[in-house]
Design a protein around this ligand. Structure first.
Ligand SMILES: NC(=O)C1=CN([C@@H]2O[C@H](COP(=O)(O)OP(=O)(O)OC[C@H]3O[C@@H](n4cnc5c(N)ncnc54)[C@H](OP(=O)(O)O)[C@@H]3O)[C@@H](O)[C@H]2O)C=CC1
Ligand SMILES: O=C1O[C@H](COP(=O)(O)O)[C@@H](O)[C@H](O)[C@H]1O
Length: 488
């Protein structure tokens, strides 16, 4: 019998891990609290440690209490959670899981809908998908969806192999590849700001925009994830997915309809037009860095003993060129790194300055119009215009027109994972990455990593707490630009 709210059993592989604790449980709770899911849902947590339902439920409650103020309905909420101790490499355990799901489906009216969320190390993704298929778990009485965490592969070849494994077991429309940046409010807003305002679209091209800057800087280092991160580095961890997705949203043509297929097809066209990195010119276009110790902050190589000689990059800056009619000649500068000065994700669209501005104080002064999209920590849009400085004379000074999302009641502002989980429950794939996007992004990232592989970098090359190596500033200066500040 169907209920008025979409319901499903959510099976989380890796339910004792960091992502489940910090993001997934609080997001499911917010969906519950905000009435997006009703009472007819269950969550099955899987991992090896021998927890009971009670221990699991206590962990779920603790994780929610750590992420929000004291909540009163946690006992009711956590009673929907069940734990199943399970080694995913033990193929005989999948039968027991199927029995548990069937039991729960007798208890909750979920219409047989199942979400399998793989919040585990990526080496397990392919085999779990196969076991779900071979043991009939994906053939429930309702729909079945597979949510896959990043990283989706280590390079194009391994991504293809993983994709083939998963596609052997699941259809593309059942696969939800998560890129949590696509769940962020202001990342989703890029499309709306661009295409719902008459004033921007005719300026949004190489005749009026001089460059676009995308910065995603973090104050944190690698914390508990050194093993994963050292094998990945900033390029695979942030550029292949989040940064290139933002480039695609900023550069795509207007979709003819707001369907996942139409939006994706516009994004894919941008990713196909990315200029691959020429190994001879890699230093003209990209800068890599690794943080060293500074003012009692440890350097990357001191974070763990096996990082002592690491040549993994914790910072990347680059000039990405899109070789198509709209963007030829416009650099998209991207920059991301760990242990930087601020935690901030921001997009700055710099418009061409007018050729002869009589209102500047002197000839060297320039303040072109800027459109800033603040993604985090504050959400909002700022437009910098020039206006007359108060007083005598006609000198122009930059003024800000700002909109900020601050002040909204926290529980009503959905977090990225909450939105994406909800989209998965209602079957909306718009904000998940299709294989075509993943493949083209890897092709570009592989060209960069291959070019870098020929030379051992001279690391560390930026102090922890800074905005990265000086060479990242030179990248723009030689084009006559500079990074706009990431704080207003
Ligand atoms: N943490 C984060 O902020 C982010 C994580 N991700 C991705 O999410 C995924 C999970 O990351 P994270 O939570 O940090 O990882 P953790 O290492 O914290 O968690 C891994 C989980 O897998 C379980 N596990 C490991 N081996 C097995 C096995 N053989 N059988 C069953 N369970 C097993 C562990 O539990 P046990 O030891 O009890 O078996 C644990 O629950 C990764 O793909 C990561 O790249 C993506 C973005 C951000
Ligand atoms: O995917 C990842 O993203 C986080 C940064 O996410 P944010 O939402 O805090 O900006 C990054 O720390 C992590 O290394 C990476 O895997």
């Amino acid at each position: 019998m169907s209920t008025d709210k979409p319901n499903a059993i959510i099976v989380i592989f890796g339910a004792t891990g960091d992502l489940s604790k910090r993001k997934l449980f609080p997001s499911i709770y917010r969906l519950y609290k905000n009435g997006k899911i009703g009472e007819e849902f269950a969550v099955v947590g899987l991992a090896r440690r021998p927890w009971t339902n009670d221990v699991f439920r206590e962990n779920v409650r603790n994780s929610i209490e750590q992420s929000s103020s004291k909540e009163e309905d946690l006992e009711d909420f956590s009673s929907h959670f069940y734990y199943h101790s399970f080694d995913v490499t033990d193929t005989s355990s999948y039968d027991d899981l199927n029995n548990l799901l069937e039991d729960l489906e007798g208890h909750y009216q979920t219409d047989g809908n199942r979400i399998f969320y793989l919040a585990m190390a990526p080496e397990y993704f392919g085999s779990i998908a196969n076991q779900l298929e071979e043991n009939g778990l994906k053939n429930g009485k309702g729909w079945t969806r597979l949510v896959i965490e990043k990283p989706f592969g280590h390079d194009l070849d391994s991504a293809k192999e993983l994709n083939n494994q998963i596609r052997h077991a699941f259809d593309e429309d059942q696969i939800y590849r998560i890129d949590h940046y696509l769940g962020k409010e202001m990342v989703q807003n890029i499309e709306v700001i661009r295409f719902a305002n008459g004033i921007f679209e005719h300026l949004w091209n190489n005749r009026f925009i001089s460059n676009i800057q995308i910065t995603s800087s973090e104050k944190l280092g690698v914390e508990e994830r050194a093993r994963y991160y050292d094998h990945s580095g900033a390029t695979r961890d942030m550029v292949q997915n989040h940064m290139l997705q933002m480039v695609a949203l900023l550069a795509m043509e207007p979709p003819i309809k707001l369907t996942p297929e139409e939006i994706r097809s516009e994004k894919v066209k941008v990713l196909r037009a990315l200029r691959l990195v020429d190994p001879e010119k890699v230093n003209e276009f990209f800068v890599r860095g690794q943080y060293g110790s500074s003012n009692s902050i440890k350097g990357y190589r001191e974070e763990a003993t096996d990082l002592a000689n690491s040549t993994t990059e914790t910072f990347v800056a680059g000039k990405v060129m899109i070789d198509n009619y709209r963007w030829a000649g416009v650099p998209f500068y991207i920059r991301t790194g760990k242990k930087m000065k601020e935690k901030s994700t921001k997009i700055v669209v710099e418009f061409n300055d007018i050729p002869m501005n009589l209102y500047y104080k002197n000839e060297t002064e320039k303040h072109p119009n800027l459109l800033i999209i603040n993604i985090q920590p504050n959400e909002g849009i700022t437009l910098y215009l020039n206006a007359k400085k108060a007083g005598i004379g006609s000198i122009a000074e930059p003024i800000k027109l700002s909109y900020t999302n601050n002040g909204v009641d926290d529980i009503n502002t959905p977090e990225a994972y909450e939105k994406l989980l909800y989209d998965c429950i209602i079957g909306d794939t718009t904000n998940f990455t299709h294989w075509d996007e993943v493949a083209h992004s890897w092709e570009f990232v592989d060209s960069l990593l291959d070019a870098w592989a020929a030379v051992t970098p001279d690391f560390p090359n930026y102090p922890a707490g800074s905005m990265g190596p000086e060479a990242a500033d030179d990248l723009l200066e030689k084009d006559g630009f500079h990074w706009w500040p990431i704080t207003d």
